[in-house]
Design a protein around this ligand. Structure first.
Ligand code: NI
Length: 176
């Protein structure tokens, strides 16, 4: 299946609110396959359907243990449609993020440390997880795309936003 072009920040389609997935059929499977191929080709930690120009509430994410990112926690590969996120507690944590739609940059972003997320996979099977830390961060980043929010819009201190190779010459954090 083809690798799809990823829209970059500045494209108005990245600022739209996406619509719920209502049909769980072969065309949705094909879309998920394209998203997986695209995410893996670009070495991303996640991808949201609107990033390839499809305005549906559908994200994929996953991080295997990677010697390039020894500090990154593993996140199970997940296909999540129609997500509902519920923070558990008030605690926020700052962490570095990148995005395939904002290539070559990283920024420090506050996210809820503990989170419940629910939704369904591409076959309609229910997903209901309590997660923390990096897993919770990846889910929040990807699901923000479904509401037209890019991570630079959540940076509190713009001094902590810059080019990856300048901020992290040796050991860049993963991009979502
Ligand atoms: Ni992103």
């Amino acid at each position: 299946m083809p690798i799809r072009p990823v829209l970059k920040m500045g494209d108005p389609r990245l600022l739209q609110k996406s619509q719920p997935v209502t049909t769980f059929d072969a065309s949705l499977e094909a879309l998920v396959t394209d998203m997986v191929d695209t995410m893996r080709a670009l070495d991303g930690a996640g991808l949201a359907a609107p990033q390839i120009g499809v305005p549906l509430r559908l994200v994929i994410f996953g991080v295997e243990s990677n010697p390039r990112y020894p500090q990154a926690e593993e996140v199970p590969f997940t296909v999540l449609a129609n997500p509902v996120l519920t923070p558990r507690g008030e605690e926020l944590e700052d962490g570095w993020e990148g995005c395939l739609s904002v290539p070559g940059m990283r920024g420090l972003v506050p996210r809820h440390l503990h989170l419940n997320y629910r939704g369904v996979d591409q076959r309609g099977n229910a997903i209901d997880r309590d997660v923390s830390g990096f897993h919770a961060r990846v889910v929040q980043h990807e699901c923000d795309h479904l509401d037209g929010i890019l991570y630079p819009m959540r940076i509190r201190d713009m001094r902590l936003f810059g080019f990856t190779d300048v901020l992290f010459p040796d050991d860049p954090p993963p991009a979502e």
